[in-house]
Ligand binder design. Sequence first.
Ligand SMILES: Nc1ncnc2c1ncn2[C@@H]1O[C@H](COP(=O)(O)OP(=O)(O)OP(=O)(O)O)[C@@H](O)[C@H]1O
Length: 604
Amino acid sequence: MQSTNPFKDLPHYLRVFQSYLGSRMYLAFALTLFAGLAEGFGILMLLPLLRGVEAGGGDAGEPATGVAKVMEDMLGVFGWADSTIAVLLVITVAFLLKGALLFGAKGYIAYLRGQLLRELKGELFDCYARMRYRYYVERDTGHFTNVINQQTNLALQAFQTLTQFFTQFISTLVYIALAFVVAWRFGLMALAFGIGLMWLFRRLNHYVRDLSRRKAQENSHLAKLLIQFLHAFKYLTATGQAKPLRGRVTQSVGRLTGYEMRSGIAQAFTEAAREPIAVVAIMLIVIIQLVFTQQPLAPIMVSILLFYRGMNATLSMQGTWQQTLNQIGSLEMVRDEFADQAEHREPDGQRPAPDLAEGITLDRVSFAYDDSLGAVIEDVSVSIPVRTSVALVGESGAGKSTLVDLMTLMLKPQSGEVRVDGIPGSEIELATWRKQIGYVSQETVVFDDTIANNICMWRGDPQRDEALMERIREAARRAHIAHHIETLPAGYQTVVGDRGVRLSGGQRQRLFIARELFRRPNLLILDEATSALDTDSERHIQESIDALKGEITVVIIAHRLSTIRNVDHVYVFDRGRLVEDGAYEALRDDGESRFGRLVAAQAL
Ligand SMILES: Nc1ncnc2c1ncn2[C@@H]1O[C@H](COP(=O)(O)OP(=O)(O)OP(=O)(O)O)[C@@H](O)[C@H]1O
């Protein structure tokens, strides 16, 4: 889309909005058209009125011709041809009708704007919830936040100004058409003027659109920097390293300021130029009319009125088109985001996952994040029977977390197959599998809400539902955090997270574990889940997890090997390959085994 010809670009942008709102948006334009016609009718009624005034002034006047005759005949049908009061009333009613229709059009546009807001933000959120995990990892979160928060708002403004442009366009057409009917020379001049004006402003339009695209990109960049700053706030402040990041933020804000100022100046120019251009053009037209043609006064007056209205609408059109272009970068970004999301949507299967009854199998699975970097998991076969516990062991970077992501079907293997109860992962309806999974990682997830809601994840109202509250308490006890919660003044209603009470790293981790225990998953994955805990808490949680033995399937990743002593089976990995597996004791006591050496090293 490189052109800046409004008549070429307009249908495209209209179609973008149509794809969100449907054809009903054209109803607003139809109402505008009727409003324009009502106004035009009112203005044309000035013809008989002015002729009446002329006649009243002593001049008998010539018989009406053309449009004036049509209007007079129309009045004659009702017997109002000679009544000035009746003509004035007809004009008043026409303008009242125009007001009502315009109100209808603008009100409907406001309604559509609301619909669009819901559509854009709601749909985008759904898209984000369904995007492929790998795509999420590759993009920065600043981009997503910028698009869903800011760019959708700007796209909404683009909708507002585009509809304004279109309504002005319709009005211009009506005025020019009527000016043609009343005095074709005027019509022709108005048309030539409008086209000339659009041509003159086209470079400015191009410039404004370019600025808008840059603004949208820069906003994404700034959002990314701000999010990074807020995430790393403690580290950056404590180590006095906020300054370099601040420099980058200042540069980004500086660029944004430049774009904002330049597009503001372009807009100021368009607005300031409107009046002088209008006056000069009208003077020229009147002079041409007076010097070169001798027409009756009434058509000239009415034509000047129509011309003035038409020109104002044309100039406003230029202004609103420029404002639309000012936001068009955002509209394009939102449109491209939907296309991008459609492309990176997580492929979903059709078959609901059964309630884990047999187990999970990885059959000769290989996986690479990036083909050029080589496989991270290579030809791994693992079988985890239901209600057993297994540990994945290996040095940092061995591929343990990646293997777990393959089990949860967040990642798809390049070759081999992951099966749940014998059903290939690619056929499984993901949501039905994932709701059976509990997952505790090192990166604890705590929401800015009450402790109770953090545990039950808004499944009901814990303050009203005593059975639910009891389940929450039970999960907290098993995660060994109940005693701490009970010492807080508001207990389970204490707000934690961004705005509430701060929790220590270990407390956050226990809260996380409580949430997953509350869910009673069929598969519980613990990825370094107890690494932030003191030995005592770790031991207690270990007991809780051991108590789940035989009840659910547990997969544990742990560097501290003492925590996996009670698992049924240990898998040892090295650089993406499965190198050993067996029972804990057997592997540990095998003097030759890698696992034995790892345990011995940790015992020191
Ligand atoms: N998103 C990613 N993009 C590219 N490479 C990745 C990505 N995530 C992990 N890797 C690479 O894959 C390999 C395995 O990583 P993984 O996190 O699975 O190992 P791990 O055994 O869980 O390590 P740790 O014990 O340190 O958590 C590493 O070499 C890592 O650099």
